[in-house]
Design a binder for this molecule. Structure first.
Ligand SMILES: Nc1ncnc2c1ncn2[C@@H]1O[C@H](COP(=O)(O)OP(=O)(O)OP(=O)(O)O)[C@@H](O)[C@H]1O
Ligand SMILES: [Mg+2]
Length: 243
């Protein structure tokens, strides 16, 4: 893939225009987002980078239909998420979005394969659960329970679960936040491979500037604003990152 393609050559998957998010905490208003406009393009790998409290999770949750902005508009392809009711948002998430969070949230009493099948059973065009586990290098551990897997392996099962429904977009909120460097790199390799092999539009939140080197574009958030968007002229493979 040629990462120097101008973004305008690609279809816009998300288009957020001037979104703000204000949390009312009693007397106090918390401005989590203060007028963010951004587009994400088909098939790209974007890293959202910024300090704690800068609004990264708030932005990702709004794109993923888990939360709604206080003002502004968000489109996913032709669909206006900000004009959707809760049941439409649920359907949007189920059909289009894979989520990966810092904590894996696997069901302890189910095997890796069964954890993935929970999702493939309700999806419209799922891949086979074993194929999804194969993509993250865990096909041979499919009958193991979460307690029999390391943290990094559990996170890879969570990634398999997120992508098994063949989502158009994969949204990851600090997927390596609970992992050591070497394990984090294996998890990032799995995410990068899904982006490249399946063309899944991917956004990864991190505090870690090193991880930004594997992105096509890096969106810098600061105090609820976009402080900058940088395009990497070369992408560094996950296995070559060090922190
Ligand atoms: N449910 C909520 N109620 C009140 N304030 C909130 C809520 N969620 C987030 N905030 C506030 O909004 C701001 C942005 O939070 P957000 O979680 O988006 O930051 P972040 O960049 O993801 O931070 P971190 O790196 O620590 O996860 C913070 O000041 C936070 O305290
Ligand atoms: Mg966060």
């Amino acid at each position: 893939m040629n990462s120097s393609n101008p973004p305008t050559a690609r279809q816009s998957v998300f288009r957020a225009v001037d979104i703000a998010k204000i949390y009312q905490m009693g007397e106090v208003q918390v401005h989590a987002l203060r007028g963010v406009s951004v587009e994400l393009y088909e098939g790209e790998f974007v890293v959202l980078l910024g300090a704690s409290g800068s609004g990264k999770s708030t932005l990702l949750n709004i794109l993923g239909g888990l939360d709604a902005p206080s003002s502004g508009t968000v489109h996913y392809l032709d669909r206006e998420l900000t004009a959707s009711d809760p049941s439409q948002l649920t359907r949007y998430r189920r059909d289009n979005v894979g989520f990966v969070f810092q904590f894996y949230n696997l069901i302890p009493s189910l095997t890796a394969r069964e954890n993935v099948e929970l999702i493939t059973e309700i999806a419209t065009e799922p891949m086979d659960a074993l194929d999804a586990l194969d993509l993250v290098g865990l096909k041979d551990r499919s009958d193991h329970f979460p307690a029999q897997l390391s943290g990094g392996e559990q996170q890879r099962v969570a990634i398999a679960r997120a992508i098994a429904k063949n989502p158009k977009v994969l949204l990851c909120d600090e997927p390596t936040g609970a992992l050591d460097v070497q394990t984090g790199i294996v998890v990032l390799q799995a995410i990068g491979q899904i982006n490249q092999q399946l063309g899944t539009t991917t956004a990864v939140i991190t505090h870690n500037a090193e991880i930004a080197k594997m992105a096509d574009r890096v969106i810098l958030l600061s105090d609820g604003h976009i402080a900058g968007i940088e395009r990497n002229s070369t992408k560094v493979a996950a296995q070559d990152l060090r922190w």
